[in-house]
Design a protein around this ligand. Sequence first.
Ligand code: NAD
Length: 460
Amino acid sequence: MNTMVNTSQLNDLQNYFRSGITLPYTFRKEQLKKLKQSILNHEQDLYNALNTDLKKNPEESWVTETGFVIAELNAFIKNLHRWMEPERAATNLLNLPSASRVIKEPLGVVLIIGPWNYPFQLLINPLVGAIAAGNCVVLKPSEFSPATSEVMKLIIEDVFPREYILYVQGEGASVIPAMMNDFRFDHIFYTGSTTVGKIIYKMAAEKLVPVTLELGGKSPCVVESDADIKVAARRIAMTKFSNAGQMCVAVDYVLVHESKKEALVKALQNSVKQFYGEKPEENYNYGKIINEKQFDRVAGYLSQGTIVHGGRTDKKNLFIEPTLLTDIPADASVMRDEIFGPVLPIIGFSKADEAKLVIDKNPNPRAFYVFTSSKKKEKEWLESVAFGGGCVNNASWHLTNHNLPFGGRGTSGTGHYHGRYSFETFSHKKAIMKTPTWFDPNIKYPPFKGKLKLFKWVIR
Ligand code: NAD
């Protein structure tokens, strides 16, 4: 495993960038096509690796990993030319007859750091934006999904020279500070936990490196009394237990109106049985926990309430059954930490204010979901919670629409990406005003005495 990156390799990337080779549209488009082909060449290897790391099946892998990135690549290949065009901006009265425009230029050498839960998508999707915007990239996958990491290395190194895209494996805690000490990146794009996000943010601040932080947090889901309970249960169960709950925008806990609590619990039990059968540990559709550390952490939540479904575990096979939990004490850690596993607390509420108090204990959720048939309630909920993004009558699927910006807010992240938003994240918007020389009135130059009235007329 290549854990040693020396400064000269990073300088090589900088020199490659400064040579201007990554600037033309044709170069960028060509690299996107190469990346797409390389992914397709290794499609089966990726399925095998994602199964080894997380027991994902090929269908789920296509929807959430490979196909997800291919769709992003296709959108970029189709739209890049248009997105690269300079944007004309209006010119205000003060500056007429100048002309104004915004040029989008690459940032330089950027560092992309990925987590283990969607190890392919969350590392390669930002790469698509970075390449399209004309940058050179250092890619750092998580050390906890080693099988996928090895395949990604092949995908990258098959088609890109190391002075353009450098793939660096190893322990984040040693590799990343070592690189950041010796070299100033032009941007850092980080996906992972809030704890490590703070470390990255501090290191970046030392050198005033701009960051995009895609962090975690507790994403609440409100089910109102007028919701379609059967549909709500299916949609909540589907995304909560997909990838064994290890999804940053999975429903973390449910707040359901007391009048529908029993019905929702029943419907969730039915959905879980329907999706994963009586023995989820043997079910094709059900994943596993990534490692023993995460297993111990998530299994610890099982004793913090009444188990109304599931609850079985098998450490040897890193299995935790899809579990529904009720009667949870307000101060339990399952209601403070991001769960990031297949345990779903269900809490009843009578008035919206009560539910709001629970949500406010963990402000700025990454995602928020509300199930209701009332437009009024929908509006009230969307306005009263400050969250990154979310869904009405659905859960998590907003992230699969690349026309929407994907990101957190405050404690759940800063910045956003996907589709055009990725292109913008990895581009600098350079503002240009061009002024003709034939018009150069004295009014703009000293002496200023007596011109106040005119200035007030022009600048207003
Ligand atoms: P993590 O923070 O442990 O690791 C993420 C990356 O940081 C890895 O590449 C790792 O090598 C590196 N790293 C770890 N310690 C480091 C250190 N001390 N210094 C520098 N780098 C270090 O996160 P994770 O456990 O891989 O992922 C789970 C978390 O990520 C959850 O909180 C989840 O919500 C969040 N997440 C967020 C998103 C999103 O899109 N916002 C997506 C997936 C996961």
